[in-house]
Structures are given as structure tokens and as C-alpha cells.
Design a protein around this ligand. Structure first.
Ligand SMILES: Nc1nc2c(ncn2[C@@H]2O[C@H](COP(=O)(O)OP(=O)(O)OP(=O)(O)O)[C@@H](O)[C@H]2O)c(=O)[nH]1
Ligand SMILES: [Mg+2]
Length: 629
């Protein structure tokens, strides 16, 4: 009697017999982007992001979402526009009525529905007629913030536990009882999309009455095959068999209730696991095939056994064997959750559950976010030096910096172009990947930074972005010797008999370093030292480390590096340079002189392995001369 006390008073009360007539001009629309706001819901199924088990039934038929199928197969889910009518948010839905006539009976019914005042019935404000008397009409009803039961089921993040299930069922049954006892007699269009949820998680029935049923029939009629038959899953078999009365029947509503209850409890649409098409399913339901075509129940009901048997009784084949809503309400009350809740407790319990849901969803999402952040940071660290990445992360600009001394290493594979020409692209990529993975693992052990790899070229620097005194020379030299040692044992997987001919060049000098680019920021080095290092590499020899005079001088001070004079070479843009071969690092006690040797050495052919060569202090060979011209 007084169950509707929570509903607020509609603005169109006391308008008499024509209370259901609304003028479109009285509805204010927000801007379009806000018109479909899903309210306080987690996700926005309205934006097409349909997820969860619910989706699978229909997507298994067509790859489309449940929502889109029920909305004539459109790719985006239909959502009503949201407007304001006398200060209340309203759902504004334009519908086609086909050849349905709005008779005086229909008008009377509309007036009744508009006067309904029940917490579980969504308030109908009225109908707007098209300006010229024919065409689509617009239905104006209260806008429920959390969308429909269909949306809630589809939104995976909202966990529906027994409290929610029981409470939605209870709301639904109370709404149906009121309808069945009213002059409207039946809903006729009960499905999850016609159960809307308000901000307090109260379920309200909507889209009932002759106009809504006529609009729904027209929608079904116009729908494509899959959507049309899918809409029939909620319709009782006896109504499917004969020309369906517009508003169905009370026992038909009980059947639809069973389907909705099944969806809420299992969180899956009817017949999700079926391999049949919606048309075949509906045909089986109509033909009353043995065994009867009904959704499968099972595990999902283990914690609510009373609900399973209630659902089965409600979708029983013979309408007369189905309970009515009075009996359904009694049985629901007898269930575990029914005993402990009155309406206020119920709302509070639901809000508490919802908050807990939110907390666990937030925790889950935070963990996901942190995981993603870690991945991004790792990627950034791989692309830029740590200190530079940190500065960029803090939103500070990275200004180019001058370094008085740094040592740069270049390496290149001799004959790479020819090798690439007679190998498959995949073989080349595999080889480079194998080689650079091996290099990357080695350079990890040194205080160096890999600047880039371009094709077969590998560029490494030490002494920046973190300055390391004079250590940059020895770090690079030690790294180069280790790399070369490993290259000797490196096998090219698709050319097992061929040895990789790596050529290495090193030079030390002043450098400017900074980040260039916005879309793909790169840490780049600038200055003559870079060019000279590259020249050291290009004028070097296979399996040899070619170092400039500056580098050699600094290395010689450590007295442990085995350096031999290569001689004077012509370097493009630099003129003549005296350069050296770095052959090895000798053990303590076998220290080398503090100055690099002054006698040139023969060109490397054949090349000795580092640590195995015999020092030959002879004149540079003609071959070496040639390679330098
Ligand atoms: N937020 C909110 N969404 C609503 C409301 N009414 C309908 N919707 C949304 O619109 C979708 C489609 O509703 P309708 O256009 O009535 O379509 P339907 O219910 O599938 O089909 P009918 O049987 O013709 O009513 C629902 O699933 C909801 O997502 C409401 O009051 N509030
Ligand atoms: Mg609807």
C-alpha cells in the first residue's frame, strides 16, 4: 500500500485525463556528449564496451554484443537521450508504433500508468506526438542512473552476490505484483533491458503498457533475424505459438521473470552455451521438443537452491502450472536472504556491498596500473639512460650537456651487405638479434651506455650521462676486448662455417649529449668525437680494435693494455692521424710501458686471438696501407 513512498512526486500530476501528453518543447536537453552519461555505473556499456559472460551467448551467434542485438543489430548500443523535464532527469525514447492505433482505451491506460506511484515501477511522464499527428512518438520516463539490469549484468566489475540477486528479484516481483493487480494487468515486455536501476540500486520496471508493447513488437518485427529471435527468448512458448496478445499475459510474465532471474543469478544470457542459432532455439521452444528447450541450470545455483527450483517452476511449459507473483513473492521471502532484510536494511546492505566491490575493483585496477607503469618505465629505461628517463618522467626538460671527455665505441660487421644479400631477411634479423643479445649481456657488466644499433652497427659510450672521471677509456677498452673474445666463438646460425668479421673503432674526446625529438625521443651524441670514433671503426680491420692516439695514450697510462702502433692513416676531414691496435689486456706483473709504442705493426692477416698473439714490431704491410687509402 505504502510501498511507493520513496518515489518523489511527478511534475505532471493533477493534469487530469490528458496528463500523459508531453510537449517536446518542455524537455531540455543537455549537450549531446552528456546525454548518454551512464550515471554512477562503473563502465559504460552504453559506449559499446560490453564485457563479461553475458556477451558470449550472442557474440557466439554473430560476434555482436547482446545489447546491440536487442537493438536491431546496430553496432553501438542504443541508449535513450537524457533530458530534463520539470527539473527531473528523463529518458527520452523515440519509437515507431507501426500501424498501432492510439485508441481512447490506450489513452486511458496511459493516464493510469502516468498515475502509478510505486517504488518498483519506473515513472512514465508521458508521450510526445509528432507535430503532424503521424510518425514516431517519443516516450518520456524517469531516467535511472545505473542503466538497465542488462547493463549491470554486462558490467563485469559489478559483482552480483546473493544479496544483490535476491534484492533485484524482490524488487522485480514487487513491481510485477503491483502491475498484475492494476488495470494494466500484465507487463508483456519483461526482459533485463526493461528493468532499470536507480542510484540507490532499486530496480524499477519500465516499458510496459500498450504503447511500449506496440513499440517493442514493431522493433522485433523490424529487427534482423538474430536480433529478432533473440528478443523472443523472454517470451513464453504459448505466446510464441499463437498471435501474441499485445501485452502478453500474466503467466507469460512469470515465464519472462524466470528468464530474467536466471540471467541475474548466472550472469549469463539464456542459452549462452547452446550451439544452435536463436531461430533454431525459438523453434525448439515453440515445438515443445522433448527435452524441453530451456537454459541450463547447475553450479551457479549451488548457493541459492531455492531460486533454482523457483525459476524452473516459473518456466514450466503449462502456464497453469506456473506460480503467480503472490506465490513467487512468498517463496522468495522464504529464502535465506529474504528473512533478514527490510527495505532500508536492503538498500544499506546493497550500498555497502557496492562500496566493497568498488574497493576491490580499485585495488585490482591499481595493481594493473602499476604493472603497466612498470612496463612503461622499463621501456623508457631501455630507450633512454636512467637519469635522463627520470628527468623526463618528472616533467623536466633534458638540456643538452657538454662532456669534456668520453670514450665512444663503434663496431660494424665486415661484409654484412654481401652476407645480407645472400641470406633471407629472417636469417639476417636472427643473426643480428643473436649477436646483439650477446653484446647487450656483455655490456651490462661495464659502466657504459648503449646509444644505438643501426643495422649492423653498434654504438656504445662511457663517461656520460654519468661522468666517471677517466674510467671511460678503460671501461670501453675492457668491454671491446670482451666483445671481441666472444665474437670469436660466435656462430652464425644459418652460416655455421663462417666467422663473424667484427670491426671495432674507439676514440676519446669531448661530446655534447642530449635528447632529440618529441614523439620518439632519442638520446643522441654530437661532436667531432663521434665522427672520429666512427672513422676509427671504418678504417679498422676485421677482428681488431682500432683506437685513436688520444685513447691509446690514456690506456697506456694504466700499463696493462697491449697496444701496438698501427701508423699514420689518412682520416677524411681530419687529415693524418696516428692510431693503434688494442690487442689485449695483460696480467698484472706483465705491465706495458706508459707510452704507446712508436713502431708501426703489420696489418692483421691472419688475425691473432686476443691474448694469443705474438707482438711483432715490424713495418706496416702494403695490405694495411691499401685499406687505409
Ligand atoms: N540509464 C538508463 N538507461 C536506460 C533507461 N531506459 C533504457 N535505458 C537503456 O537503453 C537500453 C535499451 O532500452 P530500450 O530502448 O528500451 O530497448 P529494449 O529495452 O531493449 O527494448 P524494448 O523492449 O523495446 O523496450 C537499455 O538496456 C538501457 O541501457 C533509463 O531509464 N536509464
Ligand atoms: Mg526497454
Amino acid at each position: 500500500k505504502n510501498e511507493g513512498f520513496l518515489s518523489s512526486v511527478s511534475p505532471r500530476r493533477n493534469k487530469g485525463r490528458n496528463c500523459w501528453k508531453v510537449s517536446l518543447e518542455d524537455i531540455k536537453f543537455a549537450d549531446r556528449s552528456r546525454a548518454v552519461l551512464p550515471g554512477l555505473r562503473f563502465g559504460s556499456p552504453a559506449s559499446g564496451a560490453v564485457s563479461g559472460k553475458h556477451q558470449s551467448l550472442l557474440s557466439s551467434f554473430t560476434g555482436a554484443s547482446h545489447a546491440s542485438l536487442l537493438n536491431l543489430g546496430t553496432t553501438r548500443k542504443f541508449v535513450p537521450s537524457v533530458g530534463t523535464y520539470s527539473g527531473r532527469p528523463v529518458a527520452v525514447k523515440k519509437v515507431s508504433l507501426g500501424d498501432f492505433n492510439i485508441t481512447s482505451n490506450v489513452k486511458r491506460e496511459l493516464a493510469q500508468i502516468c498515475s502509478f506511484h510505486h517504488v518498483n515501477l519506473n515513472m512514465l511522464h508521458g508521450i510526445c506526438f509528432p507535430p503532424h499527428g503521424s510518425g514516431d512518438v517519443t516516450i518520456i520516463s524517469d531516467y535511472c542512473q545505473r542503466g538497465s539490469l542488462e547493463d549491470i549484468i554486462e558490467t563485469e566489475e559489478i559483482r552480483l552476490d546473493n544479496v544483490f540477486v535476491w534484492s533485484f528479484m524482490n524488487d522485480l516481483v514487487k513491481g510485477m505484483l503491483y502491475l498484475h493487480n492494476s488495470e494494466v494487468k500484465s507487463h508483456g515486455n519483461l526482459r533485463p533491458s526493461n528493468c532499470v536501476i536507480d542510484s540507490r540500486w532499486v530496480l524499477k520496471l519500465t516499458d510496459f503498457g500498450s504503447i511500449s508493447c506496440a513499440a517493442s513488437c514493431e522493433k522485433t518485427r523490424q529487427a534482423e533475424d538474430v536480433a529478432r529471435f533473440t528478443r523472443m527468448f523472454w517470451v513464453a512458448p504459448e505466446l510464441l505459438r499463437r498471435e501474441c496478445p499485445l501485452k502478453g499475459s500474466q503467466k507469460g510474465d512469470v515465464y519472462s521473470f524466470a528468464m530474467v532471474a536466471y540471467e541475474v543469478a548466472t550472469r549469463s544470457a539464456p542459452y549462452t552455451d547452446s550451439q544452435l542459432t536463436p531461430r533454431e532455439i525459438v523453434r525448439k521452444v515453440i515445438r515443445r521438443e522433448d527435452p524441453l528447450m530451456r537454459p541450463e541450470t547447475g553450479e551457479d545455483f549451488s548457493s541459492m537452491p531455492g531460486l533454482e527450483s523457483l525459476i524452473k517452476d516459473c518456466w514450466t511449459e503449462l502456464p497453469e502450472n506456473r506460480p503467480d507473483f503472490t506465490a513467487i513473492r512468498k517463496r522468495l521471502k522464504g529464502m535465506e536472504y529474504g528473512r533478514t532484510f527490510n527495505i532500508v536494511d536492503n538498500v544499506i546492505a546493497k550500498l555497502e556491498k557496492y562500496t566493497k566491490n568498488l574497493e576491490s575493483v580499485v585495488a585490482e585496477r591499481t595493481a594493473q596500473l602499476e604493472d603497466e607503469k612498470r612496463k612503461t618505465e622499463l621501456l623508457l629505461q631501455r630507450m633512454l639512460p636512467n637519469s635522463v628517463a627520470d628527468t623526463l618522467k618528472q616533467g623536466n626538460p633534458v638540456t643538452a650537456e657538454h662532456y669534456d671527455m668520453a670514450t665512444i665505441f663503434f663496431s660494424d660487421i665486415v661484409g654484412f651487405t654481401e652476407m645480407a644479400a645472400d641470406s633471407s631477411p629472417m636469417d639476417v634479423v636472427t643473426m643480428l638479434n643473436d649477436l646483439y643479445c650477446c653484446f647487450d649481456a656483455i655490456i651490462d657488466g661495464f659502466d657504459v651506455y648503449k646509444v644505438e644499433t643501426i643495422g649492423d652497427a653498434y654504438m656504445v659510450v662511457s663517461g656520460l650521462p654519468e661522468r666517471n672521471g677517466d674510467r671511460h677509456v678503460t671501461e670501453i677498452a675492457d668491454m671491446a676486448l670482451t666483445l671481441l673474445r666472444d665474437v670469436h666463438s660466435f656462430r652464425i646460425s644459418h652460416k655455421a662455417d663462417q666467422k663473424l668479421q667484427l670491426r671495432i673503432g674507439i676514440h676519446t674526446g669531448p661530446v655534447v649529449a642530449g635528447v632529440v625529438g618529441l614523439t620518439m625521443p632519442r638520446y643522441c651524441l654530437f661532436g667531432d668525437t663521434v665522427n672520429t670514433s666512427s672513422r676509427m671503426e671504418s678504417t679498422g680491420a676485421p677482428l681488431r680494435i682500432h683506437v685513436s692516439g688520444t685513447t691509446a695514450k690514456m690506456l697506456a697510462q694504466h700499463k696493462v693494455y697491449d697496444l701496438v702502433l698501427r701508423g699514420e692513416i689518412q682520416v677524411k676531414g681530419k687529415g693524418k692521424m696516428t692510431t693503434y691496435w688494442l690487442l689485449d689486456k695483460v696480467q698484472k706483473g706483465q705491465e706495458e710501458p706508459e707510452e704507446p709504442p712508436t713502431q708501426p705493426q703489420p696489418q692483421p692477416q691472419p688475425q691473432p686471438q686476443p691474448g694469443q698473439h705474438k707482438r711483432q714490431k715490424t713495418v706496416m704491410s702494403t695490405l694495411g696501407q691499401k685499406s687505409l687509402d
